[in-house]
Design a protein around this ligand. Structure first.
Ligand SMILES: [Zn+2]
Length: 255
């Protein structure tokens, strides 16, 4: 199974109060990319990685890279490193944040890529995907509002970058079957999540790389075994819920 790695910021400025440790330092990011290159891992496009995940054949040592939100450091720091190793990636851009500087609640101000930077990266082969226009938690919106966010991010990116936008990532990986349906109806080929809910074409799981990961943990994550363990945990959790539900039904029948 080809793991699809998920990054956010690549920066030396670490938030001490970031509970998710979503920023990876430039040194760690470069060491991770060097590990992949030195160990003959092959970087696939996101489209190819998704196709291989649904097939049965062994994907060997392959991976795909994704970055969420569209931070300026993806251009300033990650892009030169990706070029050095000849790796491609997909950046999921919040269309309403392009060219702006914003503060996430309780965090320092961060800058997002400009349209020119996104265009330059796409010319090299780093594809852009949709990630809503304002980064809401989609399941908390009405379906009409969710549809606007999903549709608007695609049309804004296509208007400014003049290339087809094929993939969408749910903010925080949060989605529902209805939101997955809207994503499909909007014309995206796949929806990318994290590991919430069952893995599928419109909730393709990704493996999050955090600032706390040692190189040993990174090796486990890129080997595909980390996701397998998560899937087993997920299915045993479901099995546990089914057993519980069956128990409740039996108790009710007895009562
Ligand atoms: Zn995001």
């Amino acid at each position: 199974m080809t793991p699809i790695l998920l990054y956010h910021q690549i920066t030396a400025e670490q938030d001490h109060d970031d509970p998710f440790a979503l920023s990876v330092t430039p040194e760690n990011f470069e060491a991770q990319m060097r590990y992949l290159a030195d160990n003959n891992y092959r970087c696939l496009s996101l489209k190819e990685a998704i196709a291989r995940r649904s097939g049965q054949k062994d994907s060997g040592k392959t991976f795909a890279l994704t970055f969420d939100d569209g931070y300026a450091d993806n251009y300033e720091i990650a892009f030169p490193i990706l070029k050095k190793f000849g790796f491609k990636a997909t950046i999921f851009v919040v269309s309403g944040f392009v060219g702006r500087s914003l503060c996430w609640p309780g965090e320092r101000e961060v800058a997002f890529c400009t349209w020119e930077q996104l265009d330059e990266m796409w010319s090299y082969g780093i594809e852009m995907g949709g990630h809503t226009s304002s980064h809401p938690n989609l399941p908390e919106l009405s379906l009409a509002e969710a549809e606007f966010e999903i549709r608007d991010s695609k049309s804004m990116l296509e208007k400014h970058l003049k290339r087809p936008v094929l993939h969408f990532a749910y903010p925080g990986g949060h989605q529902t079957p209805h939101i997955q349906d809207i994503t499909m109806a909007t014309g995206y080929e796949a929806g990318l999540g994290v590991d919430i809910g069952p893995n599928s074409q419109f909730n393709t799981w990704r493996v999050q790389i955090t600032g706390n990961d040692s190189l040993a943990l990174f090796r486990l994550k890129v080997s595909g075994r980390f996701e397998q363990l998560k899937r087993i945990r997920h299915s045993s959790k479901m099995a546990h819920q089914v057993t519980q539900l069956a128990g409740n039904v039996l108790n009710r029948l007895r009562g």
